[in-house]
Design a protein around this ligand. Structure first.
Ligand code: SAM
Length: 317
């Protein structure tokens, strides 16, 4: 049954479909991994673009499973492109549908700002257990999230205003609420905004991870050393996906922009650092129900511990 969420609407799909970096990485990986005659499952097919790539690559049959109302648009686009005899749109939640045969390849676009935070990974792993043939392939194959302490002017200046007691009124609640808004997802982060080189936060192999592990949440404690004198106002995060077939996809700051932007986890206040100072970082991501996640993070510089925060993201609402 279609869920009442933003994936019902064309706007979010237009946004993803205009991301040529994303689309090209999927297209190239699908063309390298899918072999003529393969059966393919597209988990969360949206408008059907990944299913069409699979059909173009020579798949014999493609199951395009989509639970939102956009499934009707997928049917139209698939027909317009002449693939209605290859691609079967299965309208429904992956958990509720039943497919008539096993598949050689599962493709899905399940990545969020922290690699895994849209809670779409669990259905993909469930699909693997139910439908993937032994030796079958997953696209993407592995996704690694990275994090680095950062100072991003635009974000810090915006928050500083709300902390400055404008008109003598304490509006720090606005700063806290603003810091936790999802627009932080599309932040522009440049390589020079990073105070220390990024480190892997967590990494997930789509063929190996168990369903219990995807449900359990993820956490990491990392130790950085400031590379230069500067300030830290946030943790900048992004991901690198090994798509398979030697293709990778990333929203890293030094790479061409994607619709993901970068996820920033802001601090309550700006911390001064000197080159060589230790910066200790803890980040936890706790799946908190369908299509939402709860993040906790803290940053310690020297003896100063800044904030144990919670951030809720609801990409589908
Ligand atoms: C990030 S979008 C990707 C859409 C499309 N594959 C693309 O690449 O443009 C994820 C899609 O998965 C769908 N979805 C999420 N969880 C699902 C589930 N458990 N079963 C079926 N569809 C799901 C959403 O409705 C949404 O359309």
């Amino acid at each position: 049954m279609a869920q009442n969420n933003s994936y019902d609407h064309l706007a979010v799909h237009r946004w993803m479909l205009r991301d040529t970096v994303r689309n090209e990485a999927y297209r190239q990986a699908i063309f390298r991994v899918v072999k003529p005659g393969d059966v393919v499952l597209d988990v969360g097919a949206g408008t059907g673009i990944l299913s069409i790539f699979a059909a173009q690559a020579g798949a014999r049959r493609v199951f395009a499973v989509e639970r939102s109302a956009i499934a009707e648009v997928a049917k139209r686009i698939i027909r317009t492109n002449g693939f209605e005899n290859v691609i079967e749109v299965v309208a429904g939640d992956l958990e509720d549908v039943s497919l008539p045969e096993k598949v050689d390849v599962i493709v899905s676009e399940w990545m969020g700002g922290l690699g895994v935070d849209e809670n779409m990974f669990a259905p993909v792993v469930m699909a693997r257990g139910r439908y993937l043939k032994p030796g079958g392939k997953m696209i993407p194959a592995r996704v690694t999230a990275l994090v680095a302490p950062a100072y991003v002017d635009e974000m810090d200046e915006g928050l500083a205003y709300w902390r400055s007691r404008p008109h003598g009124i304490d509006l720090s609640d606005i700063s806290t609420l603003t810091a936790n808004e999802s627009h932080m997802l599309q932040s522009d982060v440049r390589p020079e905004d990073l105070v220390a080189p990024a480190q892997p936060l967590w990494s997930h192999d789509a063929s190996e991870i168990t369903l219990e592990e995807t449900d359990a949440g993820y956490g990491a404690k990392l130790h950085f050393t400031a590379e230069r004198d500067g300030r830290i106002a946030a943790l900048a995060t992004w991901f690198v996906a090994d798509m398979g077939g030697g293709i990778s996809l990333t929203n890293a700051p030094d790479q061409p922009p994607t619709h993901w932007g970068r996820l920033l986890l802001p601090l309550d206040r700006t911390l001064e650092v000197k080159r060589g100072m230790p910066v200790d970082v803890t980040v936890n991501c706790l799946p908190a129900g369908p299509s939402k996640s709860e993040f906790e993070w803290d940053v310690q510089v020297g003896d100063t511990l800044d904030r144990h925060s919670t951030y809720r993201q609801r990409p589908s609402e």
